[in-house]
Ligand binder design. Sequence first.
Ligand SMILES: Cc1cc2nc3c(=O)[nH]c(=O)nc-3n(C[C@H](O)[C@H](O)[C@H](O)COP(=O)(O)OP(=O)(O)OC[C@H]3O[C@@H](n4cnc5c(N)ncnc54)[C@H](O)[C@@H]3O)c2cc1C
Length: 267
Amino acid sequence: MAQAVQLSVRLVDYPTHGLETLDLAASKCYRSTVNPDWPEGTLAGKCADSGHTSILEHGMLVWEVEGVSRALLGQLTRHRHASFSVESQRYVCYAGEKVAGFDYVIPPSIAADEDAQDDYHFLMYCIQEQYAKFVSQHNIPSEDARFILPMGTATRLIVSMNLRAFIEFAQKRLCKRAQWEIRRMTQLMVKSLKAIYPDPTLGSDYLHPMLAKQLQPPCKAFMPELPTCREAKSCGLCPTVAQRAAVADAAALADTTALCNRAKGGA
Ligand SMILES: Cc1cc2nc3c(=O)[nH]c(=O)nc-3n(C[C@H](O)[C@H](O)[C@H](O)COP(=O)(O)OP(=O)(O)OC[C@H]3O[C@@H](n4cnc5c(N)ncnc54)[C@H](O)[C@@H]3O)c2cc1C
């Protein structure tokens, strides 16, 4: 029987020395030593701020992700510096002894509409019936029967990224312009880091400030003092580059007009 499932994210492996190794790596570049009076992550943070982000490549973060759609998988695997192990739809048969039916994800827009949700569940039921018929009555192998499965079919996977790759990924996928599912997954991945990279003063309810600064949508991460959206269409949180430029042009024009008027008045 096909059934709806929920997204889950679990950090399964991580660097055991917090940000210490990154500080050590940063100190190597300058033949300095890590100042024991500085809070952990200070040196690595300075490097990251100056764009010397290769420091963040030391140490792998590994997550187990379940209950995400194959639509999300297509988006996630576009990030080329991540490594993946994904449940196979060739080797796992969704109408066998081990797995009785495929799992699926319901988009919130469909879940919010009772009729649409009923139709959705019914469609999944029909697809499961047809899949099982192909496999059991027509001896179609799973690798071919899967061609009728929808984008909403849930999958499970292991994904690994180093901190640098994760920051690049998270900045793109925390943006409100990213789709709700990958955005939610990314938020949970970021949240999972609080336990291993806690704020040294506020504790593990908060992420280490060096990372909290980076693990944000690009509009906030790149220029916090002047948040600017690089997308063509902003989510509304802050103006786009074009909108900022228009304001700057108008200000420059006003300045020029004022200068001309002053020059005329003086003449
Ligand atoms: C909101 C949103 C909408 C999107 N819409 C679409 C869409 O409509 N269609 C579509 O096809 N994709 C879409 N994408 C995916 C997007 O185009 C990227 O493929 C994805 O975000 C991964 O980005 P990346 O290549 O920078 O990341 P990564 O592969 O993780 O690469 C990270 C960085 O490494 C460097 N790098 C990696 N590979 C190379 C290379 N071969 N050459 C040079 N430098 C490299 C670049 O600096 C890159 O930024 C969308 C993404 C987002 C966030």
